[in-house]
Design a protein around this ligand. Structure first.
Ligand SMILES: Cc1ncc(COP(=O)(O)O)c(C=O)c1O
Length: 469
């Protein structure tokens, strides 16, 4: 039954935080602004989504006051009845959702989860193989020097080919040569479904390596049946809970039946690595919110959501290609795509910032073999999870592709008219010069951008964030 007191937007939720407003008007005002931003922009960063109000409410429960070091079967503190019940509930729901015998719900986020897996199952300086960052993998899959994963283990990085695709035969040759103790594969900006069946053969051929699927980006697609579940093929699954899975910020580690067959102690090793190995007390309010999100993800409408997310991404990708843009790998199988702007000759930063001014929020991204540095890459990445949560479908994707094209053209026109003039930067610093140039381009394209921003806001009002799924 409709309740008139129920909010109908994120701004409406925050407007009800009267105690916060009274106690700290500065934080309240910032929260109000952020809620309005999320209500009225097209959030297309593929790792972002809109949680339900039930998830927000679970996060704001007194579970946050608790210390619960240990695990439900053994804690180091008293007062654990509620903690044990909520953690067991979240673990049970996650086991069911992913079809696995063991899940740890305590990792504070995706990066600590991957670190815990490496700490649990490899020794210092064992070889670990992963997909490189610029090939669409993640920092925690062994990026050398600057990450834990690249320093704890001897890192071997696989690079995609010119076409942006994974060549599984080449991956196999490299793996057989490197004989890694562990292979971790997952995507952060690769638009294709990973073939975990083939990776299982590769792991076997490379000396029976431990195979880890990091499905942080695609977990919602997996539990919604739009992508295959890797549980049958891999030993470990890690995932964040806040991307396509549409839960609170956090992560889980699952040990599969195949994992327990390989090492019957694998679940205990993972548990010990999370606590006491890497972390202290778990964030019990996050675990409560995870339980809510897992329940939501087990509903039939979540299956529709997962399939629509992919259908929307494919429509958006087709529209972009019809308009002449080059997409890495020539399309998408999942919720994201990477647009390569080398042909247009404009930086990903300029387009991402111009689009943000129009209310379309996505992120700049490197393309395979990018000649530009990671901070000024040649492309951008965008996806459909949050748009799909708002109920948008193929028609809206076509409209949005049109706006992205309009903004890009306005920026390109502004750029060509500006390049004749000399852009005077106050500083000789290259970053400062690039920033001045970007600002000048975006300022020149402002009238076109403003016209699109108004249409974007109208679409957002037409498709409010549901708050309940
Ligand atoms: C594939 C993958 N793994 C791990 C992570 C890390 O998650 P977090 O940002 O929660 O540490 C991400 C986040 O972008 C990711 O895309």
């Amino acid at each position: 039954m409709a309740d008139e007191r129920q909010p109908t937007s994120y701004a409406g939720i925050v407007a009800g935080y009267s105690r916060l407003q009274a106690a700290d008007p500065v934080v309240f005002a910032l929260a109000e602004r952020e809620a309005a931003r999320q209500d009225l922009t097209l959030r297309m960063t593929p790792s972002e989504n809109y949680v339900s109000q039930a998830v927000i409410q679970a996060l704001a429960t007194p579970f946050m006051n608790n210390y619960a070091e240990g695990h439900p079967e053994g804690r180091y503190y008293q007062g654990q009845e509620g903690n044990n019940a909520i953690e067991n509930l979240a673990m049970g729901r996650a086991r069911e959702l992913f079809g696995v015998p063991y899940v740890n719900v305590q990792p504070l986020s995706g990066s600590p989860a991957n670190a815990a897996v490496e700490f649990a199952l490899t020794d210092y300086q064992d070889t670990v193989m992963g997909l490189s960052l610029k090939s669409g993998g993640h920092l925690t899959h062994g990026v050398p020097d600057i990450t834990f994963s690249g320093r704890w283990g001897k890192s071997v990085q696989y690079e995609v080919g010119e076409d942006g695709l994974i060549d599984y035969d080449a991956f196999e040759r490299q793996a057989i040569d490197a004989k890694p103790k562990m292979i971790i594969v997952g995507i952060t900006s690769h638009p294709r479904e990973i073939n975990y069946k083939r990776l299982a053969e590769i792991a076997k051929a490379a000396g029976d390596a431990i195979l880890v699927a990091d499905i942080s980006h695609t977990a919602g697609l997996v539990v919604g049946g739009a992508h295959n579940n890797p549980a049958e093929y891999v030993h470990i699954i890690t995932t964040t809970t806040h991307k396509t899975l549409r839960g609170p910020r956090g992560a889980i580690i699952a040990v599969t039946n195949k994992g327990l067959e390989k090492d019957p102690e694998m679940d205990k090793k993972v548990r010990m690595a999370v606590f006491p190995g890497m972390q202290g007390g778990p964030h019990m309010e996050t675990i409560a919110a995870m339980a809510v999100a897992f329940e939501e993800a087990s509903q039939p409408q979540f299956r529709e959501y997962a399939h629509q997310t992919v259908a929307n991404a494919q429509t958006l990708a087709d529209e972009m290609m019809n308009k002449g843009y080059k997409l890495v790998t020539g399309g998408t199988d999942n919720h994201l795509m990477v647009v390569d702007l080398q042909k247009e000759g404009i930086l990903g930063n300029t387009v991402a910032e111009g689009l943000e001014a129009a209310g379309i929020v996505l992120n700049r991204n490197a393309v395979p073999n990018d000649p530009n540095p990671p901070f000024y890459p040649s492309g951008y990445r965008m996806g459909t999870p949050a748009l799909t949560s708002r109920g948008m479908k193929e028609d809206q994707m076509k409209q949005i592709a049109g706006w992205i094209d309009d903004v890009t053209k306005a920026l390109l026109e502004a750029k060509s008219s500006l390049s004749a003039e000399r852009i005077q930067a106050g500083e000789a610093d290259v970053n400062e010069r690039k920033k001045v140039e970007r600002n000048a381009i975006i300022a020149k394209a402002a009238p076109a951008i403003q016209a699109i921003k108004e249409q974007v806001e109208a679409l957002c009002r037409q498709y409010p964030i549901p708050l309940a799924y």
